[in-house]
Design a protein around this ligand. Structure first.
Ligand SMILES: Nc1ncnc2c1ncn2[C@@H]1O[C@H](COP(=O)(O)OP(=O)(O)OP(=O)(O)O)[C@@H](O)[C@H]1O
Ligand SMILES: [Mg+2]
Length: 253
């Protein structure tokens, strides 16, 4: 049975002006994401991927077209659509636990609720034992896990992830991809995941949207046929390599 549609972009255009010049960044972008679906947005540098995420988060507004979440136009940023950026952007003066509980503390949630949720999400991102560390005392991968837990603790219905693992070394990156897959299995969030890495897109996603160069348009939609759970060995398989080659061809690389 088909799931409900959680997120929609309908004929979205977005331009930026710098000086006298108008830059067409997104042109006629339409997409749909089902509840619980993990969609990867793949495209060359500068094609408008972060702009699209910013529109989904409502950090920016479209010039034309609609952005809908659970059937309603979005009007403001919301913890229901949690954003994870390429750099963790943690508060360096707060501990891991304080960073993760920051949103709930702002909401003035009860202490016991904060404690319970903190333990749950610290466990989920495998940071037990590091609760009282400060961000500069953590590795890049650990910082990114704090950033992920800080968003997950708000129990968002959707995750907007803008190249969240791009700054990590290959091994840590793979570990983070596996962690995301295990979290996705457990809490089934709707995910829009931006990457310029074809392997990452194919390893994670149910569906890959391929963007053109500027002005950014969605030029292909590729259903990813691999079953879950996905073992690392999938990446070396013939079917995976074949699909990777066909997407690289679409990207003209
Ligand atoms: N606030 C802004 N004002 C003016 N131009 C902008 C603004 N934000 C983005 N742009 C322009 O929009 C284009 C797309 O930028 P965007 O950051 O969305 O690309 P991207 O696909 O995320 O690139 P990358 O893969 O390098 O992160 C770029 O040419 C950029 O200069
Ligand atoms: Mg970007």
């Amino acid at each position: 049975m088909k799931n409900e549609i959680a997120f929609v972009m309908n004929k979205v255009n977005k331009n930026f002006s710098s000086g006298k010049q108008l830059l067409k960044v997104l042109e006629d972008v339409s997409l749909e994401i089902e509840e619980g679906e993990l969609v990867a947005l793949l495209g060359p540098s500068g094609c408008g991927k972060s702009t699209l995420i910013n529109l989904a988060a409502c950090f920016e507004k479209p010039d034309d077209g609609q952005v809908l979440f659970m059937g309603r136009p979005i009007t403001m940023p919301s913890p229901q659509r949690g954003v994870v950026f390429q750099s963790a952007q943690l508060f360096p003066w707060l501990t891991v636990k304080q960073n993760i509980s920051y949103g709930l503390t702002l909401q003035k949630q009860k202490k016991e609720i904060i404690e319970d949720k903190c333990s749950k999400y610290i466990q989920l991102v495998k940071l037990e034992g590091f609760e009282y560390y400060y961000p500069p005392q953590l590795s890049g991968g650990m910082q990114q896990r704090v950033a992920l837990a800080r968003v997950l603790i708000m129990e968002p219905r959707m995750l907007l992830m803008d190249e969240p693992f791009a700054a990590l070394d290959a091994q840590t990156r793979l570990a983070m991809q596996q962690l995301l897959l295990s979290i996705a299995r457990e809490i089934e969030p709707t995910v829009l995941f931006v990457t310029h890495d074809v392997e990452e897109a194919l390893f994670l996603a149910d569906k890959v949207l391929v963007m053109s160069r500027l002005p950014g348009r969605i030029i292909h939609e590729v259903k990813v046929p691999f079953q879950r759970p996905r073992p690392i060995s999938l990446i070396g398989s013939t079917a995976f390599s074949k699909l990777k080659r066909s997407i690289l061809a679409l990207l003209n690389i």
